[in-house]
Design a protein around this ligand. Sequence first.
Ligand SMILES: [Zn+2]
Length: 382
Amino acid sequence: MASLDPQGAKPQGRAEPTKRKENSASKAEVHPANPSTPKASAVSETREKTQGEKYERRGGIDPSTYATGTVGDRVAPVKNPEASSNRRASTPAQSQLGNDGSPKHPVSPPVPIPQPVAPQKEEQTLLAALHTDPLPRHKIPTPPPPPPPPLKPPIGRVAIVIDDFGQDLKMAKEFLDIPLPITFSVLPHQPHSKEIARLAHSRGREVLLHMPMEPRGYPQVNPGKGALLLSMNAQAIESSLRTALDTSPFFRGVNNHMGSRFTESAPAMELVLRELAQRDMFFLDSRTSASSMGVFAARKLQVPTGRRDVFLDHVQTEGFVRSQIDQLIAKAKTRGSAIAIGHPYPCTLKVLKEQAGRFAQEGIAVVPCGELMTTLPPESSR
Ligand SMILES: [Zn+2]
């Protein structure tokens, strides 16, 4: 049978009206159990424009689904799957259907499909054909798994200096438990200064002398025992500094405690830096004054130096310390390195413990302060 011939398709199509029910006028003649069905089929095979033929054209093959209206158009979309399956079971057009006989191009069915009655022999053959559809299915390509994220190379370095150590041994030990190479800066004449310096050194931490210097507001603001004052002569300054430096063999450098007034004096700072140069120590400017001459004096004397970029905890809340760490990391990413100074406060301790793993995640290496000191020439010729 020439399945592409509209005339030839008709006998196969005759079973299809059995699935259509919206045409109430055809109900009786399309039901397989209705004895009138074979009669109507026989007529449609021999002539056109009978009642059955009209039904077949209108209901069996929905003209709206065919661009050309040609019955045998095998690539046209189908709205009534069962009608199509009956007609095309022996043709390649069955590729229009999925395994379950439903169309591959889903469309909302124009009418509910009635439950089929027990399939007859011919239908069984057709159903079997549908279930062995040899044509390939549409396969959704599986995207390849994303490549593993590359390991972040360090994109910046930070030094975290905690100073004012010397009074509270327990707090110093807490900071030693933070798994970061924090730099410990120790005041010279406090009850636990020597012990903390020794302990920190023994745990592999870099240790600085936190040298007290005269602040603005002195003497109401007290920098502590052994402070360097502008009222001292050069000999007194040198003597006071050497005494402090000699309190521990573990100092690798110095940063100033207070000193917002003292550090603004270039001659006074040169006295300090001259001593550090002789001891091969570096100087970290805590930058308690924007006009500090510490870095200038250090560069003049070729002493490795740097300045504090971020104070972690001048507001003593965990939220503030976190935001300062954000700032520290951001600066290190932008400039390649940054230096933070914090204090032995509970909020600082807690946030540093909490964020100890974050620096590596951000590609930031925490290093001892001395690694970030430079020996650039003076910024100005003064
Ligand atoms: Zn201090």
